[in-house]
Design a binder for this molecule. Structure first.
Ligand code: FES
Length: 119
């Protein structure tokens, strides 16, 4: 399978610029997309701001000790690593790669162009 290609968007100059809640979650808008950024055990993750179940606001949820983000609405759990619905309801939360580089914090959105689809 072809490797995914990403378009990288700068989120901030550094982690300290991000306005995390007391449980390490922040909702931000990046390139017209609302995403939830998560600081978990000194690592950054990013996922869709909307729960795939019924649109709960993930940034108002919390994380558990196993590395899941928990939706505040019905408490379904999703792996921060790959969005797998670890509480077993069969949904999938979109996740995005995050890179901390010398010139800032970047989030990758899958590049959507014809050449990627054709691969
Ligand atoms: S809206 Fe998130 S679990 Fe139902």
């Amino acid at each position: 399978m072809a490797e995914k290609e990403y378009t990288w968007h700068k989120l901030a100059d550094s982690i300290t610029e991000l306005n995390f809640s007391s449980v390490g979650l922040a909702e931000v808008e990046l390139a017209g997309k609302k995403i939830c950024v998560v600081l978990y055990k000194d690592q950054l993750f990013a996922c869709s701001a909307k729960c795939p179940h019924a649109g709960g606001n993930m940034a108002e949820g919390y994380t558990d000790a196993l590395g899941n983000i928990v939706c505040p609405t019905h408490r379904y759990k999703f792996s921060l690593q790959q969005g797998r619905n670890s509480s077993g309801e069969g949904y999938y939360l979109k996740t995005y790669p995050v890179e901390i580089r010398s010139d800032g914090v970047f989030v990758g959105f899958e590049a959507k162009n014809f050449f990627n689809w054709a691969k």
